[in-house]
Ligand binder design. Structure first.
Ligand code: GLY
Length: 352
């Protein structure tokens, strides 16, 4: 895979100009969704290098991360003269960077692309590390390829337009990076005031957090081994997310909230199975409860949640695959747990 450069922005205009100059760009296309077209594109539109760019806009939200939007992007590229030497700049959240990355990776067998993520979740996770794709046949990220954006430019100024819940959602992935990296970073994350986020401090922590992911992805780009560390909190988390989507009258959980709740359960499993220190588990759990609230389900839902965990694409064969911790930064991939213990973790979550 081509090397990916992640730039923590100091001067967006210069960084975009540099990135463009280092990519093939006989024509420049910008992909936005309806939201980023309204809220973020005006910031970039004024810039000299982008004045002649052709803007493609797709509908917002994950439900449009599909073949229809993808084929619209391919068609727009083709109809407006994109060649193998053209450039696509993806401006948006994870839905735009995932779909745009896949469109660019497949159009004429692949053109260069740059990601400019506009949500915290996309900055800290989706836009970095080369996972691209779309949802298909009712399954999330079912079709896609690993292919790096040439550049990822991170600018927390875009977060000014993001609501509180979406900041918290992205922050959950930062919390995960703290848990799988080192104690100092983890402690700094637990001390951050999420109710009044200081964007400057957030940018510094974000730089560290993205580096945690970058180092892991560099060692294992195709998730055969240590990249599975990034799945901490996601086995329970994906089940909670799917459960909230499938259950009538339940408000869909934002991804990061589901991950935060998943972290509570998986730290509990870690404390029982791999010796994660109970005091650190309690501190993390307290931070999550204070900042993310809770998620309501009953013991009658346990079998359904376990069934959803069985459908997770991270599993091999019939066993549910967990990433657990023996301590902060002390990662144990490919762990299993009995149904009884999984239910105990759900009890622990509900007892709160
Ligand atoms: N979102 C986890 C990963 O990129 O591997």
């Amino acid at each position: 895979m081509m090397e990916q450069r992640v730039i923590i922005s100091k001067h967006l205009q210069t960084e975009i100009a540099t990135a463009i100059s280092e990519c093939e760009h006989d024509k420049i296309f910008v992909l936005t969704d309806e939201t980023t077209h309204e809220k973020c594109w005006p910031v970039l539109a004024k810039q000299f290098g982008l004045r002649n760019a052709y803007v493609i806009t797709i509908q917002s939200t994950d439900s449009h991360k599909d073949l229809t939007s993808l084929s619209h992007v391919w068609k727009e590229l083709g109809d407006h003269g994109a060649t193998r030497h053209s450039l696509l700049i993806n401006l948006g959240g994870g839905m735009v960077t995932d779909l745009g990355g896949f469109a660019a990776s497949t159009f004429k067998r692949g053109i260069d692309f740059i990601n400019i993520p506009t949500t915290l979740l996309a900055m800290v996770d989706a836009s970095v590390g080369g996972k691209t794709g779309i949802n298909f046949n009712g399954l999330k990220n079912e079709i896609g390829v690993f292919n790096n954006a040439r550049f990822v430019i991170l600018d927390t100024e875009f977060l000014r337009t993001l609501d509180d819940k979406n900041i918290r959602s992205g922050y959950a992935e930062m919390l995960k990076h703290g848990l799988i990296s080192d104690e100092k970073h983890w402690a700094e994350l637990l001390n951050f005031d999420l109710s009044r986020p200081d964007l400057k401090q957030l940018q510094t922590m974000l730089a560290y957090s993205v580096n945690v992911k970058k180092h892991i992805v560099k060692k294992d780009p195709h998730e055969k081994d240590i990249r599975k560390a990034l799945n901490l909190g996601h086995t329970f988390g994906h089940a909670f997310e799917a459960f909230s989507l499938d259950t009538p009258n339940k408000e869909p959980l934002l991804h990061g909230y589901a991950v935060a709740f998943g972290l509570i359960c998986e730290l509990y499993l870690s404390s029982v199975l791999t010796g994660f220190p109970t005091d650190k588990m309690r501190q993390t759990v307290q931070f999550i409860r204070e900042n993310y609230g809770s998620f309501d389900f009953s013991c009658d839902d346990y079998d359904r949640l376990i069934e959803l965990m069985h459908h997770d694409k991270k599993n091999t064969g019939a066993t549910i695959n967990f990433t657990l911790l023996a301590g902060i930064g002390n990662i144990r991939i490919n762990q299993t747990a009995s149904d009884e213990l999984i239910k105990e973790a759900l009890d622990f979550f509900r007892e709160g």
